[in-house]
Design a protein around this ligand. Structure first.
Ligand code: FMN
Length: 324
């Protein structure tokens, strides 16, 4: 798949997920063969005002093995353009993605995220301004529309293409659906048919078979996977292998999931320090434990610990019992 002159061989990408797709996690995902990783969303204003948290979100060193798309959100074309240029220059982002899909109230009340789907004139201004300033390909990530009465991903995708976007990603749910119901892949198909630029299909890809199905059903050029990768980085290896060879590879054993959880924990503590890293890791560890023996008992124990060493010891003990 091509984003202007940026070529990516395997068009299977990590979706941006606030609070999830941070630097430690992206390192694990990259090892699964993913060539393009999206950061979680970063506030354009936060970047401009030098917010420390913002730089924590953007930092990466996955290159040169992987390409990094930094996703920015905001509604002010000037701030968005400045942030895009600054992030490319300061961090070397390979691609800038504009968030036009976030449903959260605190984002849409300011006119950012999926609220931009209700204001295509402003959306066009934002995209043009970012394309003009970024010096790298710019993509736009959107939902199917604001609500069931206003399904306009096709219109926004046309606006994006006209404004110079290199590709669009479409999550087949409306803003009002949040994450409820099923993703509508037909809207992705309609966008593919309507624009010349590549389209990344997204929503409910939970298996290798689903990955193949969304390519076939929509004719999209790339896909983006989010929730299926929570506590399960292997989804990418499974999907990529299946698309390339038609073979289903073995799923990881329970002890391998715990091994991954421990590695992830160490990376997070190394990056954030123990005080921040341990709370951040609680949700990840509970995802790794999903479906394993005594998972709820383990989750309770994990949530009570604050020291990385104690957590590692708990996980190692649990892992040993799994093997017996
Ligand atoms: C915890 C969480 C955080 C998310 N954060 C973002 C975000 O920062 N930016 C964005 O564009 N989408 C965000 N999304 C949406 C995902 O990128 C994706 O579009 C959605 O989850 C559907 O894909 P999936 O079914 O593969 O999870 C988030 C989703 C989840 C579950």
């Amino acid at each position: 798949m091509e984003f202007n002159d940026l070529k990516v061989e395997t068009p299977v990408f990590l979706a941006p997920m606030a609070g999830v797709s941070d630097y430690p996690y992206r390192q694990l995902i990259r090892e699964m063969g993913v060539e393009l990783l999206y950061t979680e969303m970063v506030s354009a204003k936060g970047y401009e005002y030098g917010n420390r948290r913002t730089s924590e979100l953007i930092t990466f060193s996955e290159k040169p093995q992987a390409k990094i798309a930094v996703q920015i959100f905001g509604e002010d074309p000037k701030f968005m353009a400045q942030a895009a240029a600054g992030i490319v220059e300061e961090y070397g982002a390979d691609l800038i993605d504009i968030n036009m899909g976030c449903p959260a109230r605190k984002i849409v009340k300011n006119g950012a995220g999926s609220a931009l789907m209700k204001n295509l004139n402003l959306a066009a201004e934002v995209i043009e301004a970012v394309v003009d300033s970024a010096k790298v390909p710019v993509t736009v990530k959107m939902r199917s529309g604001w609500d069931q009465k206003n399904i306009n991903a096709v219109e926004l995708a046309k606006v994006a293409a006209e404004a110079g976007a290199a590709a669009v990603a479409v999550h087949g749910r409306t803003r009002n659906q949040f994450y409820k119901g099923e993703a509508d892949w037909e809207i992705i198909k309609a966008v593919v048919a309507a624009v010349e630029i590549p389209v990344i299909g997204n929503g409910d890809i939970f298996s290798a078979a689903a990955a193949k199905a969304i390519f076939e059903q929509t004719k999209c050029q790339g896909i983006m996977i989010g929730r299926a990768a929570q506590g399960y980085p292997w989804i990418f290896k499974e999907v990529i292998q299946y698309l390339k060879t038609g073979k289903i590879i073995d799923s990881p054993a329970a002890y391998q999931k715990i091994e991954m959880a421990i590695r992830h924990l160490k990376l997070a503590v190394n990056y954030y320090g123990e005080r921040h890293g341990v709370p951040i890791m609680r949700k990840h560890i509970s995802w790794y434990l999903k479906g394993l023996a005594n998972a709820s008992e383990m989750k309770n124990k994990v949530n009570q610990l604050t020291k990385a060493d104690e957590l590692i010891e708990l996980l190692q003990k649990y892992q040993k019992n799994l093997r017996n």
